[in-house]
Design a protein around this ligand. Structure first.
Ligand SMILES: Cc1cc2nc3c(=O)[nH]c(=O)nc-3n(C[C@H](O)[C@H](O)[C@H](O)COP(=O)(O)OP(=O)(O)OC[C@H]3O[C@@H](n4cnc5c(N)ncnc54)[C@H](O)[C@@H]3O)c2cc1C
Length: 439
């Protein structure tokens, strides 16, 4: 008899796993409470198909590239334009030096360092001449950068970047957590800048947007005969054959195996208690609002990304992506229009108020002369962001979860919440979970 699996959650991890299982002849049902694709989400705004969740992927390791090749869309892979990123503060903004890793300069002669002032720039350059042992015993990233390049460099770029991207404090996170192998390379190459040179992660995108990955996966699953059901899994129960999965449509699906491909805060009831308990103690997600704006003209704006340092003054946004400058294909489709994405720690503002705030923030962050009258379309999407995999407490949660799951036959879990935020991690984890279910 054919073996059957219910995949709970049709985000990238669930879809990748479902495809791998269906390709091996399994009977697969994918349940999704909302739109297939999960955090790869798209909205049609002013005639443009825009990603309102993930918009790019880490090329390192080749995981995403391999999937895109299998799906036949690798010819659409593109690189972002080198528009750079600035750190915004009420007193002004500072361009992050080109080639910097987590904001740490890798070329100390870069003119961008001149904004630090002569003395601080000279201090930063000491990294080139200090003995390699200086900073080698640093227990935090802050300590390492301070020892090698001085406080001014640390405060200018790494501190706001690490806070903005990872929500971590440079003085609490060990250097190797965010920069694996950095201390070894510093010993070999003699300076921190040299240790980080050429090691920056590369970003890839897809001409036309990442929504096409979901279309291709869903197309494959349809061809392979998998069922995709627009319903949430609400409860699980063991039965003689395996599992009974109750859905929000009040139907029950029987399956030999279950894959939990959604985070624990959305899990159905009825899971074996050790797994359920580990799920209940999983660190809560951070709610984030992502506002996408399509504006009628470029407003004379500076076309770069922006990270807002804590205390950004009247600006409430945490970051801005100048999407139509970053992606050449989007610039072409947008014509004279501008597409921006701004992220917020979830605000209780009604949509219209938040969009007005976003237009004002966009002007403050880029110098663009826009008003609400220039708005062609907008979207606000609320996301529950899983905690960053590099947060010190996460390793223990992950290990406990994997151990508890290993004790339950015919139950697996996968996804960015477990393996680490990002498409590359989520895809690899979905494939690995399918592999375990097949074996
Ligand atoms: C705004 C934003 C921007 C991002 N940008 C990037 C980026 O540029 N590059 C990058 O690599 N990563 C990015 N990420 C991270 C990346 O998108 C995620 O790590 C990845 O998509 C997670 O995939 P997943 O399948 O694990 O989970 P999800 O995408 O969260 O999918 C889970 C699915 O489960 C469904 N579900 C939930 N509960 C149930 C239930 N009870 N029953 C049935 N279905 C259920 C949900 O509807 C959802 O579709 C971004 C994330 C966000 C939120």
């Amino acid at each position: 008899m054919l073996s059957s699996t219910v995949v709970i959650g049709g985000g990238i991890a669930g879809l990748v796993a479902a495809r791998a299982l269906a390709r091996e002849g399994q009977v697969v049902t994918v349940l999704d409470a909302d739109d297939l694709g999960g955090a790869i989400a798209r909205r049609h705004l002013d005639g443009l198909d825009l990603d309102v969740g993930a918009e790019g992927f880490a090329t390192r390791g080749g995981t995403v590239h391999a999937l895109l090749t299998e799906l036949g869309v690798a010819d659409r892979i593109c690189s972002p334009e080198p528009v750079g990123t600035r750190v915004h503060r009420p007193e002004g903004s500072m361009r992050i030096p080109d080639g910097a890793a987590l904001g740490i300069p890798t070329d100390l002669a870069d003119p961008a360092l001149a904004v630090l002032g002569e003395a601080a720039h000279r201090r930063a350059r000491q990294d080139e001449s200090l003995p390699a042992a200086v900073g080698a015993d640093a227990t935090t990233l802050g300590e390492l950068v301070r020892a090698r390049m001085g406080e001014a460099v640390l405060d200018a770029w790494p501190r706001p970047l690490v806070r903005g991207v990872h929500r971590l404090d440079v003085d609490e996170v060990p250097p190797e957590t965010l920069l694996p192998g950095v201390l070894g390379r510093m010993a070999e190459r003699g300076s921190l800048a040299a240790a980080l040179r050429g090691g920056g992660g590369q970003l890839g995108g897809l001409v036309g947007g990442l929504g096409q990955v979901v279309d291709a996966l869903v197309g494959d699953l349809t061809t392979l005969g998998a069922a995709m059901v627009p319903a949430a899994a609400t409860a699980l129960e063991r039965d003689l054959r395996g599992w009974r999965v109750r859905t929000s449509r009040d139907t029950v699906i029987h399956a030999d195996r279950v894959l939990l491909a959604c985070p624990p805060w959305w899990w159905p009831s009825g899971l074996p208690e050790p797994v359920a308990a580990t799920g209940r103690s999983w660190p809560a997600p951070r709610p984030v609002d992502l506002v996408t704006l399509v504006l009628a003209h470029d407003g004379g704006a500076e076309r770069s990304g922006v990270i807002v340092a804590d205390g950004g003054g009247r600006v409430r946004a945490r970051s801005l992506t100048f999407s139509s400058a970053k992606w050449a294909w989007l610039a072409q489709e947008a014509g004279g229009r501008v597409v921006l994405r701004l992220t917020y720690d979830a605000l209780e503002h009604p949509d219209d108020d938040l969009v007005q705030q976003a237009v004002a923030d966009a002007g403050a962050l880029t110098g663009g002369a826009w008003s609400v009258a220039d708005l062609r379309a907008s979207d606000r999407t609320r996301w529950s962001m899983a905690r960053s995999a590099v947060e010190p407490s996460m390793a223990e949660h992950r290990d406990t979860m994997r151990d508890r799951l290993a004790e339950v036959p015919d139950l697996e879990a996968a996804g960015g919440w477990l393996a680490g935020t990002g498409l590359a991690w989520s895809i690899a984890d979905g494939s690995a979970a399918a592999g375990r279910l097949l074996s």
